[in-house]
Design a protein around this ligand. Sequence first.
Ligand SMILES: NC(=O)c1ccc[n+]([C@@H]2O[C@H](COP(=O)([O-])OP(=O)(O)OC[C@H]3O[C@@H](n4cnc5c(N)ncnc54)[C@H](OP(=O)(O)O)[C@@H]3O)[C@@H](O)[C@H]2O)c1
Length: 90
Amino acid sequence: MLDYCTHNHLGFIPWSPLATGDLAKPRGALTRIARQVGTQPAQIALAWLLKKSPVMLPIPGTSKVKHLEENTAAALIELDDSIMKELTNS
Ligand SMILES: NC(=O)c1ccc[n+]([C@@H]2O[C@H](COP(=O)([O-])OP(=O)(O)OC[C@H]3O[C@@H](n4cnc5c(N)ncnc54)[C@H](OP(=O)(O)O)[C@@H]3O)[C@@H](O)[C@H]2O)c1
């Protein structure tokens, strides 16, 4: 579906992009890579989504301004191919 949307320039909104907060919890590959890159796990999750396609439009929910700022800044994080592969396989 994402391939179809990308090919046809249709926006793709991933449902609950942080898995309702689970992907922001300190454990696993996201946390390991976040430490390596110097960011937060939620930011790595969002950066991974954004790199998957130019039509990706994650809308993470949050009740905190700090998290809103972190989530917005995730758009500036560049993940290299080896990190993308590690995240995709984890
Ligand atoms: N129409 C529907 O029935 C429906 C149902 C579900 C979701 N949605 C939509 O999907 C989108 C997001 O869904 P969602 O809010 O359920 O899930 P989500 O975006 O995957 O996760 C939100 C959770 O992640 C936490 N979080 C956000 N940013 C964080 C950060 N930087 N660090 C740590 N924790 C962070 C939030 O906690 P804090 O508040 O503490 O930041 C919140 O508990 C929204 O646009 C929502 O409208 C719609």
